[in-house]
Design a protein around this ligand. Structure first.
Ligand code: 5GP
Length: 198
């Protein structure tokens, strides 16, 4: 028996991190921490599945109630991780994967709770270069030009934080990325400090 891993994944939109996180969940390797957000759902997104979609007042109420382990404003909207998505699962030995931005990651690293500190594995996923990043962002039919430009500017800023993380993955093909991604989790499962009775 061991405690769960908190697999924190960041990277600019277009890095492929969301696909990696979702695949890990669909293969039963980890459970996804469903965040709250004040942004509008995209086509095909369902409340409680990709996100818990909240009105701004409700989000602020949950901040005041201390429901989030971290929260941040990203691309003009609020995003936050619910304590209830993370803490009990780790205690039960379930690995939790979370897709959060660099500000949220800094907040999680600063948490003093030994359960979270001991569980944390933080990874930054980045596209190979800016041209590839732009091509990937443009490949998404769902976003307007204005949104693409905003995401591109934010992505370049976000990339400057990669060295704050313990691990970095430079994106290549989907399959290569997933193989590396999963192998990090598999390796972390062997850490002796995660065993309950070493
Ligand atoms: P999107 O709106 O494209 O789903 O996500 C935009 C950004 O918000 C992504 O960089 C994603 O990692 C980040 N994000 C999603 N959930 C959370 C969260 O709970 N907390 C923080 N800090 N960022 C989040």
């Amino acid at each position: 028996m061991r405690t769960g891993i908190l697999f924190l994944v960041s990277g600019p939109s277009g890095s492929g991190k969301s696909t990696l996180c979702r695949r890990l969940e669909s293969e039963g390797e980890a459970e996804f921490s469903v965040s709250c957000t004040t942004r509008a759902p995209r086509e095909g997104e369902r409340d409680g599945s990709e996100y818990h979609f909240l009105k701004r007042e409700d989000f602020e109420r949950r901040i005041a109630a201390g429901d989030f382990i971290e929260h941040a404003e990203v691309h003009g909207n609020f995003y936050g991780t619910l304590r209830s998505e993370v803490v009990d699962r780790l205690a039960e030995g379930i690995d939790v994967v979370m897709d959060i931005d660099v500000q949220g990651a800094a907040q999680v690293r600063a948490i003093e709770d030994p359960v979270i500190r001991g569980a944390l594995v933080d990874l930054f996923v980045m596209p190979p270069d800016e041209r590839e990043l732009e091509a990937r962002l443009r490949g998404r039919a769902t976003d307007s030009e204005e949104v693409i430009q905003l995401r591109l500017r934010n992505a370049i800023e976000e990339m400057s934080h990669w060295s704050d993380y313990s691990y970095r993955l430079v994106s290549a093909t989907r399959e290569e990325d997933y193989a590396q991604f999963k192998s990090l989790l598999v390796a972390e499962r062997m850490r002796i400090s995660r065993l309950r009775n070493p």
